[in-house]
Design a protein around this ligand. Structure first.
Ligand SMILES: Nc1ncnc2c1ncn2[C@@H]1O[C@H](COP(=O)(O)OP(=O)(O)O)[C@@H](O)[C@H]1O
Ligand SMILES: [Mg+2]
Length: 264
């Protein structure tokens, strides 16, 4: 049996009027993304990446063209119906995490479930399970300010997963993180992808796009290339970085203490 694409767009177009000029944010964009893909969306600033993600994420509607999300036609739905599909089927991850401050990790992850018919007990159970999955089972009561950037992004990923979405959309998920933490977040996204989740992320860093198995390049509102990529393993890059860090620490220690490193 043919599986339906998770994302199928045909000739998506979106224009913005800017005074008396028109900006073509998207021009006839046709893309299919299959279940289980991990796709990086790249392109210079202003090329249409966010507009594409907003339409694909049911946050915005195109002016023209068609969009089916997991077989469901969404381009002509009302705002309320779009919101409903968005909450039910898509998990969002943002550059700035977008967690509620002064609210525990558990409550942040529970939030998308408030609009469901689940009981409080069921909501807590699900939120706890997702925090366990991202390695934060021991940080349930911590507020965002008590967590590192990488931990906050993992809370955000747990929140994105809590509704059992068909798709994770991430706009620059590592944009606010250092190298090591970026690798940790990418390793987590790759793990989720291996477990079957479809992941689409925007990045302007080639080092991050290297972890995707497909790279779609936008320019001036068009897709100008769409290529398969032999994905690197983020966990291997992380191990390599740790190795280099260990060596650097040993070199620094040897420099500070000339006796170190010589055999006694
Ligand atoms: N709400 C808006 N109003 C007017 N112009 C917009 C709006 N959103 C995006 N644009 C324009 O559409 C083009 C594509 O923007 P965007 O999708 O944000 O690009 P990217 O995410 O690749 O930087 C840009 O020229 C941008 O200025
Ligand atoms: Mg953008």
């Amino acid at each position: 049996m043919m599986q339906l694409p998770i994302i199928r767009t045909q000739d998506l177009s979106k224009r913005y009027a800017m005074g008396d000029t028109v900006v073509h944010a998207l021009r006839e964009v046709s893309v299919e993304i299959q279940p289980g893909e991990m796709v990086a969306v790249m392109g210079p600033s202003g090329s249409g990446k966010s507009t594409f993600m907003n339409v694909v994420g049911c946050l915005d509607r195109p002016d023209a063209g068609h969009y089916q999300l997991a077989g469901e036609t969404v381009e002509s739905l009302s705002r309320d119906a779009l919101a409903e599909i968005r909450n039910r089927r898509i998990g969002f991850v943002f550059q700035q995490f977008n967690l509620l401050p002064r609210t525990s990790a558990l409550e942040n992850v529970e939030l998308p479930l408030l609009y469901t018919s689940l009981s409080k007990q069921q909501r807590i159970e699900r939120a706890r399970r997702r925090l366990d999955q991202v390695g934060l089972g021991d940080r349930l009561d911590h507020h965002p300010s008590q967590l590192s950037g990488g931990q906050q992004q993992r809370v955000a990923i747990a929140r994105a997963l809590v509704n059992d979405p068909v798709l994770i959309l991430a706009d620059e998920p590592t944009g606010a993180l250092d190298t090591r933490t970026s690798l940790e977040v990418m390793a987590l996204l790759q793990q989720l992808n291996r477990d079957g989740m479809t992941v689409v992320l925007v990045t302007h860093e080639h080092d991050i796009a290297a972890f995707a198995s497909r790279i779609i390049l936008f320019r001036d509102g068009r897709v100008i290339s769409d290529t398969r990529n032999q994905a690197r393993e983020a966990s291997a890059s992380l191990a390599q970085l740790a190795g280099e860090g260990g060596q650097a620490a040993a070199v620094a220690a040897a420099a500070a203490d000339p006796e170190a490193g010589t055999d006694a």
